[in-house]
Design a protein around this ligand. Structure first.
Ligand code: AR6
Length: 176
């Protein structure tokens, strides 16, 4: 299926400001603790019940994801995906683990009957993954997921900065 590109939008925005998606993805840590970056913004907007539930869940392994309700956010679900911490050279399965975050999130969204999902640029902030390499991995993983899950009709890659937007647009232009 080649229509996946028409189901993907790359934009620059604050992911917590989106009020027309079923699920947003959080760039979480393995302890599911409220952190900084996009995680802090999501917790701030969702309210304290999110941190309480995340504490009860307690753990999510790198490359995996877990869904919760979105509480005070306008979407239905937050899918907490744990990206890899970048190590020098990227020889510690970072690409594979990052791809797994996107694909697992899409699978969970599909299981929850979400037609729309928004991703942040997982791992490229605190976790230090080089953004162009992450963009290439992310969009290839999203391509595979959208082909597998045709009922997801609206996937968004939400970049926080103009530089990130450029990297993801470049990655998209390079995928056949
Ligand atoms: N909307 C969209 N993107 C955002 C927003 C926002 N409101 N705020 C930041 N970003 P990071 P990581 C971008 O550090 O690298 C946390 O403490 C940001 O500019 O949030 O996966 C967690 O709890 C960057 O491009 O996530 C973990 O401990 C991208 O989101 C750890 O950091 C990801 O940056 C995860 O690190």
């Amino acid at each position: 299926m080649s229509d996946w590109k028409s189901r993907l939008t790359i934009l620059q925005d604050d992911i917590t400001a989106l009020d027309d998606v079923d699920a947003i993805v959080n760039a979480a840590n393995e302890q599911l603790r409220r952190g900084a970056g996009v995680c802090g913004a999501i917790h701030e907007a969702a309210g304290p019940r999110l941190a309480g539930l995340c504490q009860d869940i307690g753990h999510c392994s790198t490359g995996e994801a877990v869904a919760t309700p979105a509480f005070d956010l306008p979407c239905k679900f937050v899918i907490h995906a744990v990206g890899p911490v970048w190590g020098a050279g990227g020889g510690d399965r970072e690409d594979e683990l990052l791809a797994s975050c996107y694909q697992t999130s899409l699978r969970i969204a599909n299981d929850l009957h979400c037609a729309s999902i928004a991703f942040p640029s997982i791992s490229t902030g605190t976790y230090g993954f080089p953004v162009q390499r992450a963009a290439n991995v992310a969009l290839e993983a999203i391509r595979v997921g959208l082909v597998e899950f045709p009922e997801i009709t609206d996937a968004r890659m939400v970049c926080f900065s103009a530089g990130d937007l450029e990297a993801y647009e470049r990655a998209l232009s390079e995928i056949a």
